[in-house]
Design a protein around this ligand. Structure first.
Ligand code: PGA
Length: 240
């Protein structure tokens, strides 16, 4: 049975707190959870709450394993706009997770195909993702699965759309500095996650969220595939 739960948050803090509560419940219920994590501006508040509760002693990440959705191609783990850096800086270095239990695709791997297939293999050897946290792009992307002719299943290398490059240029000196490619988890690992939590913030996401949740299921709106997930929770602030 398909089950989509939609929660309207009162503000960004409320959205972040609710998402963090669901992730916390997951970790309490299964301390060995495999969490799928997202980057971008939307989950920052969620990570801040997890850090706060972990530091208070209410949450224990010592046995948790994480896999991030994506990484820019060509950025090293030290690059300040890279997603490994973002995760270390906003979450991993501030909680008691073991660094070796955290996974972000290696954007500078020599053999990208091998990197991608190993990423999927590691996830499936652990039994898949217990809970996947997602954001959504203005073009409907999840991870860096951009609008396309078909849903790509496996972890793969993508060419970023002009819209994504423009949206992400706010984090770089200018649009020319934004990498043109990224490695992203594919739809298979995302859709096989036992539970998905989608956080969406802002009026500017209203139109795409509406299409994703209530429009036709099409790879032209990658997030629309989430309608088929059996346990999807959407926490939206100003976006419904
Ligand atoms: P944002 O990005 O949280 O910075 O809006 C979301 C995304 O592109 O997935």
């Amino acid at each position: 049975m398909l089950f989509m739960k939609i929660i309207k948050a009162t503000d960004y803090n409320d959205m972040s707190k609710k998402a963090a509560m669901i992730i916390s419940a997951q970790v309490v219920l299964n301390p060995h959870s495999v969490l799928g994590l997202a980057t971008g501006s939307t989950p920052l508040g969620t990570y801040a709450k997890l850090v706060e509760w972990c530091n208070k002693g209410d949450l224990d990440f010592s046995d948790v394993i994480t896999f991030n959705l994506d990484e820019y191609r060509g950025l090293t783990s030290e690059h300040e706009q890279g997603y490994r850096y973002y995760m270390n800086n906003n979450l991993f270095s501030k909680i008691n997770i073991k660094p070796e239990n955290t996974h972000v695709p290696n954007g500078v791997a020599n053999n990208i195909e091998e990197e991608c297939s190993n990423y999927d293999k590691q996830i499936s050897e652990l039994g898949g993702i217990s809970l996947q946290l997602l954001g959504i792009g203005h073009d409907g992307h999840i991870g860096f699965n951009e609008p396309a002719e078909y849903f790509e299943k496996s972890t793969h290398c993508v060419n970023l759309t002009e819209e994504t490059i423009k949206a992400n240029s706010r984090f770089f000196e200018n649009a020319d500095m934004v990498p043109k490619q990224a490695i992203t988890m594919g739809m298979k690992s995302i859709m096989q996650a036992k539970k998905i939590v989608l956080v969406v913030n802002g009026k500017d996401k209203k139109e795409i969220l509406n299409k994703a949740l209530f429009g036709p299921i099409t790879p032209k709106v990658p997030a629309s595939i989430l309608q088929l997930h059996p346990d999807l929770t959407v926490i939206a602030c100003d976006a419904l």
